[in-house]
Write a protein that binds this ligand. Structure first.
Ligand code: F58
Length: 829
C-alpha cells in the first residue's frame, strides 16, 4: 500500500506521534467533558456515573493509543526480534487506574474531576473488569503484559475474547451460586475492533493426499466447517513508556446468512448457523486444575491458535522477511499447554500452505516455540482423545503422528527401552488412546520452563523426567512475578507514598530499590505510620465486607486472610480446622492466648467440583456458628467475601496482616497471591511449596512463619503407607474438631452435610491435612504471640516489603529475555 505522505507528515509535525500528550489538569478536564457530551451524546442532567466512567475511559484511551502507535512505529523501524505470547486466559483487572498511573496523571485527573464535583475513586469503582481467566495463570499473563510494555519488549499478546468470562459468584445460604458474567453489558471503551484483521479457521472434514501441480506430494484438508476470527485490540500501557497490544479473537460466522436457506424462506434456520459459529467464543471454561476433554474447549484452543499464528506470519511477512527466518524474528511463548496445538498448526501452515519441506519446517517450528508449564497435578495435564481430536482436526492428527513417529525413531536409535519409549510417546495408548499435550509442547519447543525454583526442579524430576534427561539444556526456571505497579502503587497509594517519601520513586521501575526500607525497619515513628496506613486500609475493607457479606469486623483485629481458588490441595479446610480449634478453646475457657482475629476467605470453586463447593458451605457454617456465639464475644470473626476477582483482590491485599499459603508441599506450582500479600506488608504463614520457598529465602526465615512437611517428607509419608485415622485417634483435640463436622452442630442437626469432608479426611486425606495439622496449630500459636508485640510485627512487615524486589514481573520478564527470548528491549524515548 502506498503511504499517504500528507498524513505521515501531519503525524510527525503536528505532535500526534511526537508531541505533547495533553496531560495537564485542564486538558484532561476538557477531553473528559468533550467525551461526555459529544462522545456519548449525554446531556448533563441525564449523565450517569457509568457515563462519566466511560467518558473518562475514552479520554484516557486516546492518550494510551498514542503511546501505543508510537511504540509500534519504533518496533517496526528497528525490525526488532519479538515475542508472541499465546494464552487462553487473561485477567487484566480494571484498566483505568493503571493507565492513569502509566501516564502519571492520577493527581491531575483527580483534580480535573473535582472541579466538576466528581470523585475519581467513585469513577474508578464503576469499571467492570474483564474476567477472561480462572486464576493465577490468567493473572500472570496480565502481569507479564504490564512488564513487557514497561520494559519495551516488542510483543503481542494473543487470546480469546470470551463474551462471558469467569462466572459471577454469589453466596446464598452459605452455598456458592453462579451467574453469567456480562462484562460487555455496558460496552467496553478499551477495545478497538479490527474487522480487517480476520482469519478463517477450519474444522472437521477429511484430508486427501495427492500430487500437486508441481509434481510434489501434498495433502489437502477439506474441512466441513469454517469460522471467522476477528481481532479485538486492547492497548496495554507500560509505566511511563511503551504500549503493547492484547489481541483477542472473537468467533463470527463467515456469512451472516446462509443464502441458500434464506432464499428458500427459512429465515430462522439461516441465522442458526451464524449463532452456532459465534458460540465458540461465548464462554470461558470455569475449571481450574481439572480438565475434562470437552469438544468446545478444543475448538476454542485451535480457533485462537490458528488466528494467532496466521497473524504472526502476516506481521512477519509484512516486514519483508522470509518464512524460514520466522524463528530469528519471533519466539512464540506457550502459556501452558492450552495453546500447544500451535506446534502442529505451524507445521501445517508451513508444509501444507506455504509448501516448505518437512525438515525445514520442523527446524523453524522447534526453534520458534517455548513452553511454560504451570502444574504438576496429573488431573490438570491436558490430554485429548484421539477420537475427538481426529474428528475435529484430522490433518493435525496426521501431523502429530508424523512428529511422533520421527521422534520415537530418534529414541530407538538411542537404544531406549520399549517401556521408556511408550512413556515418552506423544500418544498414550493405555486406556482411551489420547494425545499428551505436554509432550507435544516439550518436543516442539526449544525451551521449557517451570514457574518457581521448586516447581522447575520437580518438573524435571517427575512429570517430564525422561525429557529432561534427554535434553538437559532445554529445561530452565523462571520464577513468577507480579506487577508491583498494579498491586502496590495503584491499590495501596498511601503505603506507596510513605515508601516514596523515604526512598524516592525509583522503586516503581526497579523493585530491588525497596531494600532501602530496611534502614527504617526499627524506626518507631516510621513503624507507626506504616501500621496506621494498614489500619486505614483495614477500615476500608471492613466497610466492603459489611456491605457485601453482612459481617461487621473490628479493624483492629488481626486480618488472617486466605484468598485464592477453592481447591483441596490449597487446603482451605485446614484453615477451618484451625478456626474450630480456637473456637473450642474459647468455649472451654482456654482462649486467653488467642489474639482477636478476623478470618477472611474469598475464592471461586469450579461449578462441578463437589468438595470445593462443600468447603465453601463449611466456611459459611463455621462463620454462622462463631460470629453469633456470645461466648466468643467478638474475639473471632469469620467471613467469606463473595466474587473474588482482581478488583476485590486489590482491596484485600493492602488490608491483610497474615497471608495463608498453606498448600501441601509439591502441589502449588508457584502461587502469586503469596507475593502480592507480602508486597503489601502481610506476614506469611506457609509451607515449603512453590514460590513460598523463595519468598522465605528473600525475607529471611525469622520473618516468615513456616510449618508442615517438605516435598520429600510428603513423598516419604506416602511410601510408608499413610493412615490418617491414626492421627484422628491419637490427637484428641483434632478428633474433637473432626467430630464436629458430623455432629450436626455446624449444620442445624444435619449430620450428613459435612460427612463427605469428614470421610475424605479420615479415609484418604490426599493432601495430608491431618499429618500437617499439629505443626500448623503450633505455628499459629507463635503468630498470635507475635501479634501481641506490635513493634516486632511492624518491623517484620517492613522487612518483608523491603525484600520483595525479586518478585516484580519486571524481573521475571528480564529472566525470560535472558534465558529464553534472546532479544533487545526497545524503550520509547
Ligand atoms: C496456576 N495455574 C498455578 N491454572 O496453580 C499457580 O501455582 C501459579 O502461580 C499460576 O498458575 C501462575 O503460574 C492456574 O492458574 C489455571 O487456572 C488453568 C486454567 C485452565 C484450565 C486448567 C487450569
Amino acid at each position: 500500500k502506498t503511504p499517504n505522505k500528507k498524513i505521515e507528515s501531519y503525524f510527525s509535525s503536528n505532535g500526534i506521534v511526537s508531541g505533547k500528550l495533553g496531560l495537564s489538569k485542564d486538558e484532561i478536564k476538557d477531553s473528559f467533558l468533550e467525551k461526555t457530551f459529544y462522545g456519548l451524546g449525554r446531556i448533563p442532567a441525564l449523565a450517569t456515573q457509568n457515563d462519566f466512567y466511560t467518558a473518562m475511559a475514552f479520554a484516557i484511551r486516546d492518550r494510551v493509543l498514542r503511546q501505543f502507535v508510537r511504540s509500534t512505529q519504533q518496533f517496526n523501524e528497528k525490525d526488532a526480534r519479538g515475542v508472541a505470547y499465546l494464552s487462553a486466559e487473561y485477567l487484566p483487572g480494571p484498566h483505568l487506574g493503571n493507565n492513569l498511573l502509566s501516564l502519571e496523571i492520577i493527581k491531575e485527573t483527580r483534580e480535573a474531576l473535582a472541579e466538576v464535583n466528581l470523585d475519581l475513586d467513585e469513577i474508578l469503582d464503576q469499571e467492570v473488569e474483564p474476567g477472561l481467566g480462572n486464576g493465577g495463570l490468567g493473572r500472570l499473563a496480565s502481569c507479564y503484559m504490564d512488564a513487557m510494555a514497561t520494559l519495551g519488549i516488542p510483543s503481542i499478546a494473543y487470546g480469546i475474547r470470551y463474551e462471558f468470562g469467569i462466572f459471577k459468584q454469589e453466596i446464598r445460604d452459605g452455598w456458592q451460586e453462579e451467574s453469567t458474567d456480562k462484562w460487555l453489558h455496558y460496552g467496553n471503551p478499551w477495545e478497538i475492533v479490527r474487522p480487517e484483521i480476520a482469519y478463517e479457521v477450519h474444522f472437521g472434514g477429511k484430508t486427501e493426499s495427492g500430487i500437486d501441480e508441481k509434481g510434489n506430494y501434498s495433502v489437502a484438508w477439506n474441512a466441513d466447517t469454517v469460522i471467522k476470527g476477528v481481532a479485538y485490540d486492547t492497548p496495554i500501557l507500560g509505566y511511563k513508556s511503551n504500549g503493547i497490544i492484547m489481541r483477542l479473537w472473537k468467533a463470527e460466522a463467515i456469512e451472516s446468512f446462509d443464502f441458500s436457506i434464506y432464499n428458500s424462506g427459512d429465515y430462522y434456520k439461516a441465522v442458526e448457523k451464524k449463532m452456532r459459529s459465534e458460540n465458540l467464543t461465548k464462554v470461558l471454561y470455569p475449571n481450574d486444575e481439572n480438565l475434562q476433554g470437552k469438544e468446545l474447549r478444543l475448538k476454542q484452543q485451535y480457533f485462537f491458535v490458528c488466528c494467532s499464528l496466521k497473524d504472526t506470519i502476516r506481521l512477519h511477512l509484512l516486514q519483508g522477511r522470509k518464512l524460514d527466518q520466522l524463528h530469528d524474528k519471533f519466539t512464540i511463548q506457550l502459556n501452558d499447554t492450552h495453546p500447544s496445538i500451535a506446534v502442529a498448526e505451524l507445521m501445517r501452515l508451513l508444509v501444507d500452505e506455504h509448501k516448505m519441506e518437512w525438515e525445514k519446517a520442523w527446524h523453524v517450528t522447534r526453534h520458534t516455540f517455548a513452553y511454560t508449564n504451570h502444574t504438576l497435578l496429573p488431573e490438570a495435564l491436558e490430554k485429548w482423545s484421539i477420537d475427538l481430536f481426529g474428528r475435529l482436526l484430522p490433518r493435525h492428527l496426521e501431523i502429530i503422528y508424523e512428529i511422533n513417529s520421527r521422534f520415537l525413531n530418534e529414541l530407538r536409535e538411542l537404544q531406549y527401552s520399549a517401556n521408556k519409549i511408550a512413556r515418552m510417546s506423544l500418544i498414550e495408548e493405555s486406556g482411551e488412546p489420547s494425545i499428551r499435550m505436554a509432550h507435544l509442547a516439550t518436543v516442539g519447543s526449544f525451551k521449557v520452563n517451570g514457574v518457581s525454583a521448586l516447581h522447575s526442579r520437580l518438573l524435571k524430576e517427575q512429570v517430564l523426567n525422561d525429557f529432561a534427561e534427554l535434553w538437559p539444556d532445554k529445561f530452565t526456571n523462571v520464577t513468577n512475578g507480579i506487577s508491583h505497579r498494579r498491586f502496590l502503587v495503584v491499590s495501596n497509594p498511601a503505603l506507596s507514598d510513605l515508601i516514596s517519601e523515604k526512598i524516592g520513586r525509583d522503586w516503581l521501575t526497579d523493585l530491588y530499590k525497596l531494600k532501602g526500607l530496611e534502614a527504617f525497619a526499627e524506626d518507631e515513628d516510621f513503624q507507626k505510620k506504616w501500621m496506621d496506613i494498614k489500619l486505614e486500609n483495614k477500615k476500608a475493607l471492613s466497610k466492603h465486607i459489611e456491605e457485601y457479606a453482612g459481617v461487621k469486623i473490628d479493624p483492629t483485629m488481626m486480618f488472617d486472610v486466605q484468598v485464592k481458588r477453592i481447591h483441596e490441595y490449597k487446603r482451605q479446610h485446614l484453615k477451618v480446622l484451625h478456626i474450630l480449634s480456637l473456637y473450642r478453646r474459647i468455649k472451654k475457657g482456654e482462649g486467653e492466648r488467642i489474639s482477636p482475629t478476623a478470618f477472611i476467605f474469598a475464592g471461586k470453586a469450579a461449578p462441578g467440583y463437589f468438595m470445593a463447593k462443600r468447603i465453601i458451605k463449611l466456611i459459611s457454617s463455621v462463620a454462622d456458628l462463631v460470629n453469633k456465639d456470645p461466648d466468643v464475644n467478638g474475639k473471632l470473626k469469620v467471613v467469606f467475601i463473595p466474587n473474588f476477582n482482581v478488583k476485590l483482590a486489590q482491596r484485600i491485599y493492602p488490608a491483610s496482616d497474615l497471608s495463608e499459603q498453606i498448600s501441601m508441599a509439591g502441589k502449588e506450582a508457584s502461587g502469586t497471591g503469596n507475593m502480592k500479600f507480602a508486597l503489601n506488608g502481610a506476614l506469611t504463614v506457609g509451607t515449603l511449596d512453590g514460590a513460598n520457598v523463595e519468598i522465605r529465602d528473600e525475607v529471611g526465615k525469622e520473618n516468615f512463619f513456616l510449618f508442615g512437611l517438605t516435598t520429600e517428607e510428603v513423598q516419604q509419608t506416602r511410601q510408608d503407607g499413610y493412615r490418617p485415622s491414626e492421627y484422628y485417634e491419637q490427637n484428641k483435640e483434632l478428633q474433637g474438631i473432626l467430630d464436629m463436622l458430623i455432629s450436626g452442630e455446624l449444620s442445624n442437626g444435619d449430620t450428613e452435610l459435612f460427612k463427605p469432608i469428614f470421610e475424605n479426611l479420615l479415609q484418604q486425606d490426599p493432601y495430608l491435612l491431618l499429618k500437617d495439622y499439629q505443626s500448623y496449630i503450633d505455628c499459629q500459636e507463635e503468630i498470635h504471640e507475635a501479634w501481641r508485640k506490635p513493634k516486632e510485627w511492624a518491623r517484620m512487615s517492613i522487612l518483608n516489603v523491603a525484600n520483595m524486589g525479586k518478585f516484580s514481573s519486571d524481573r521475571s520478564i528480564q529472566d525470560y529475555v535472558e534465558k529464553i527470548w534472546n532479544l533487545q528491549p526497545i524503550k520509547a524515548d
